[in-house]
Design a protein around this ligand. Sequence first.
Ligand code: NAP
Length: 331
Amino acid sequence: MADYRPDDHRYDSIAYRRCGRSGILLPGISLGLWHNFGGVDTEENSRAMIHTAFDLGITHFDLANNYGPPPGSAEETFGRILAQDLQRYRDELIISSKAGYRMWPGPYGEWGSRKYLVASLDQSLRRMGLEYVDIFYSHRPDPDTPLEETMQALDQVVRQGKALYAGISSYTAEQTLEAVRILNDLGTPCLIHQPNYSMFNRWIEDGLLDVLEDHGIGCIAFCPLAQGMLTPKYLGGIPTDSRAGKSHGHLQVHEVTGKRVEQARLLQDLAQTRGQTLPQLALSWVLRDQRVTSALIGASRPEQITENIRALDQLAFTPEEINAIEQILAD
Ligand SMILES: NC(=O)c1ccc[n+]([C@@H]2O[C@H](COP(=O)([O-])OP(=O)(O)OC[C@H]3O[C@@H](n4cnc5c(N)ncnc54)[C@H](OP(=O)(O)O)[C@@H]3O)[C@@H](O)[C@H]2O)c1
């Protein structure tokens, strides 16, 4: 296996954006390892995608305890690639993990207890061969555990040095306000919120973004391409090698509706008038609002990352373009 040497010019052209009112800058495009880095996937392809991303100046890699399949295997894959190729560059990387979804059997293997979060982070660190992660998230709000307990667990791991920053994912605007208040009282401010956000899922525009802005918290948008529906790949049916076409892919065939395909087709026409591809348009649109720090993409091959990063070249929209997009999305 050839030695990896990162591109010397990796920081020359990519844009970094401040994460809320913190000291951290994140790349406009970050890479998530939810799909295509598991035990079922080809490790050489996973490795090539990490190399491509880092060569392009993508410094942020997002994981969670359960990414695979099987659960945990994406962290193991990433740990091996780190050890092989990126050990010397650890201080150039922002690595995140999360706990919240089912990870092991029994009553302590999911949700938001201190018991689960602390044990899960220890497991994630072992799988990745890391002493600390940069960001540790509560992956989802837990309706049954007091929010104080979940936030105390985040505060604890930060104080122990197992994570540098705390984050929350998929919390509503109201839950976020409460979590932020508790974390501030504890002295471990919330760095970042990770919500689902794309042209096809705009819930954060209805309150959450205002809360994040008011409190100086960053926002990293997951599934900005709606798992691939905001790319041309489903315009002619469901390819077998696509996420919707794979048995372990999270995107279900029934989610790829005729309406979504038609909207994607119209958006692709509009992208062409801007000199962009459809995924580039979708990513530029997510980042049109400065309150969105980073678009957290997934990829199944290195070329997708190379294509998507070019979205950062063209983040401005004319009012006419914004109106045209609103009309397509309203139909
Ligand atoms: N916090 C949470 O609860 C949560 C939930 C979900 C995801 N996330 C995070 O968000 C990350 C991204 O999620 P996602 O993978 O659903 O994001 P996404 O960017 O919406 O979708 C990625 C998929 O779109 C397709 N794609 C990407 N670029 C393409 C291109 N240029 N041309 C054609 N197809 C392209 C690929 O699908 P194919 O495989 O079909 O090629 C790729 O796997 C995850 O890895 C994870 O880190 C977090």
